[in-house]
Design a protein. Structure first.
Length: 402
């Protein structure tokens, strides 16, 4: 197993630099390797001074080290890989949702017991390759079950509720019955009110990057969407599946999916909540824009299949790819999907032989340059301006007419 972990992209120099007594690869990398999947991250636990070890390894590998002395952890980033190194520890939570109080110097067995889920409570020694795991870790992996390690887990750290959905979907696993009951107890008790919005938002963004519609479907089915994001959070699995299918590769499908679950919320509420969840301004604007514009466009988009190329361009050129995808998904009309796919496939507009510098040289300034380019685009789409001269004439013609 250790050799499989060393074979991960960029991992071998890291393992060689870290090799020593008391160093183990831990958590998700062990879990995914046991499941026959390629790990997405590398985490190490050290029965010793993790920050000092990370500093030494960072120098050896020419990487950047970010240390957190309070928690005995450090992150090392090289040109090829990013990995975390943490000291084995015990943790206590002074109040629900608080960051833990860390006591360093724990044994590996104690460290494994304080983790979130049994399937993440496994470690492989870099010295002898031996697997050490919580007693339920391997049985739960074999049975495809996700189980919390103690009854207060979601009370201590409510963000584990979101991680539960991620791991259940990623590992193709069911939620163990008692764990499912603890989820409902946490939701009823208002667990998310005890934790900051930025911590919830960070986990939500990870959740949106998981396989869909499965991850969001489980998130909604457990009542977590309404509890953690917004009371109007609602998921239509068919809609989510269509959005996944229609979003082009260069679109923010995660934001389109989130907006699709917030269509019944007021835009102001959504904007405020996304700010609380530490979404950046651009991402929040995308979600709010989709929530406002997609339902309107959904009533029109199928009809654009019969519209002229220029009329279709006029209607869609100001819309984001996320809005068009959600609108077509909401319509659920085959014609709407055809319009969206043609638009995303390169029919959004022709490539002009003129640009803004040509119009600037012709005397246009400011917003008039954009108006001129739009007029040239319409002329090309309507078959009236095949070449450069005709396009320039079309761009300037609107100002001569006025």
């Amino acid at each position: 197993m250790l050799e499989r972990l060393r074979a991960l992209p960029g991992a071998r120099p890291v393992f060689e630099a870290l090799t020593g007594e008391g160093v183990h690869v831990v958590g998700g990398a062990v879990r995914d390797t046991l499941l026959g999947r390629e790990p997405r991250e590398l985490d190490f636990v050290v029965e010793g001074d993790a920050v000092a070890l990370a500093a030494r390894v960072g120098r050896q590998l020419g990487g950047e080290v970010k240390a957190h002395q309070r928690f005995g952890t450090a992150q090392v980033t090289t040109n090829d890989v990013t990995f975390d190194v943490a000291a084995s520890r015990r943790e206590t939570y002074p109040r629900p949702g608080a960051l833990p109080r860390v006591q360093l110097g724990a044994t590996l067995a104690e460290d494994l017991k304080r983790r979130d889920f049994t399937i993440n409570a496994g470690a492989v020694s870099l010295t002898d390759g031996k697997l050490r795991a919580h007693p339920l870790a391997l049985p739960d992996l074999s049975d495809h079950l996700v189980r919390v390690l103690h009854d207060e887990s979601f009370r201590d750290d409510p963000t584990r509720l979101l991680r539960l959905c991620r791991y259940a979907v990623r590992c193709d696993s069911d939620i163990e019955n008692k764990t499912r009951s603890l989820v409902q107890e946490a939701v009823v008790a208002g667990a998310f009110r005890t934790v900051s919005g930025d911590r919830i938002g960070r986990e939500l963004r990870f959740l949106l990057a998981e396989e869909q519609p499965d991850a969001l479907g489980l998130f909604a089915a457990l009542g977590l969407g309404r509890a953690a994001v917004h009371p109007a959070f609602a998921l239509d699995s068919g809609l989510i599946a269509r959005v996944c299918r229609l979003c082009p590769g260069d679109a923010r499908s995660d934001l389109a999916l989130l907006a699709s679950c917030l269509l019944d919320a007021y835009s102001g509420d959504v904007r405020d909540r996304l700010r609380d969840l530490a979404f950046d301004a651009r991402a929040a604007a995308t979600v709010v824009g989709v929530r406002e514009r997609a339902p309107v466009l959904a009533r029109e988009i199928a009809g654009l299949l019969e519209a002229s190329p220029s009329d279709r361009w006029r209607r869609l050129q100001g819309e984001t790819a996320e809005t068009i995808a959600v609108a077509a998904a909401l319509s659920a009309d085959p014609g709407a999907e055809m319009v969206a796919r043609e638009w995303f496939g390169g029919h959004a507009g022709p490539e002009l032989e003129i640009d803004g510098t040509d119009l600037l040289a012709a005397g246009l300034r400011g917003a008039d340059i954009g108006r001129g380019l739009r007029a040239a685009t319409v002329a090309v789409l309507d078959g009236r301006a095949a070449g450069r001269a005709e396009q320039l004439a079309a761009a300037l013609g609107i100002f001569k007419e006025s």
